[in-house]
Design a binder for this molecule. Sequence first.
Ligand code: C2E
Ligand code: MG
Ligand code: MG
Length: 263
Amino acid sequence: AKTEKQIEIDLERAIQNDELVLHFQPLLDTIDYSIVGAEALIRWQHPTKGMIPPYSFIPIAENSDLILTLGQWILEAACIQARKWQDINIPHFRTCVNISARQFQSKNFVDTVRNALKKSNLDPSRLELEITEGMVIGDTEAVAKKLEILAGLGISLAIDDFGTGYSSLAYLKRFPVHQLKIDRSFIRDITEDYDAAAITDAVIRLGHSLGLTVVAEGVETEEQVKILRQKGCDVLQGYYFSKPIPADELEQWVSSLGDRKFG
Ligand code: C2E
Ligand code: MG
Ligand code: MG
């Protein structure tokens, strides 16, 4: 196995050599199945090893400042793509970008977001940042300020993998968060496991009483779709609808959306 250092060096080269690509997975409105978002998910097209999934290199990048370079590249690439979608005849949807803890905590983070918006000239209402519970706990004054500045730019904020982290719910009412994404592990078990179903139910109610939109991640079956619609979940994302796909494929997918039948 390669050392972390070697992977870091490879990854730096990958950024220079354009080996990184973003794929996009649609998020659909539960009522009418219109597209409301597309999550950008990074892939590494290695010249000899083929497609490398994010879990084999994101955690390594997160151990060093490399995640800052990588994170900036991801943010800019996502905004440039979203700007292309803004310019063509396609429904309005947000492009959702995953943010790492170290990236969020860096001093320059707000500037990085501002620059990505400026460089791409993207309408900020088309950008959403996904953060996790762990990132917003701690120095709450500083975090609140940062989130308020970000929300003030006109972008949206989502809590990713909700339900798996620290369950300090106080931050939800203090911070300008717009969306909760229920972790895939709950959705996976929703049909068999009473507890998973109860947690999903509680998160949907909690989100709604705080005025938030609730997203279910990892929706794979028609049965899950049915239950989530019954429970009043607002947005669905998962292989049942589409895997993460390249940007041009997503455009085709969206244009044929009217012909599809779900759930
Ligand atoms: P995440 O943000 O929670 O992303 C959702 C993951 O679930 C994606 O895996 C997606 O392909 C997968 N997924 C979606 N629908 C289904 C489904 O129906 N069934 C199953 N089994 N899986 C589904 P992926 O692309 O491998 O990404 C894994 C994680 O890597 C992401 O979790 C995120 O934490 C991280 N990641 C991916 N791209 C980026 C990025 O651009 N920046 C950062 N910081 N992290 C990223
Ligand atoms: Mg995510
Ligand atoms: Mg997630």
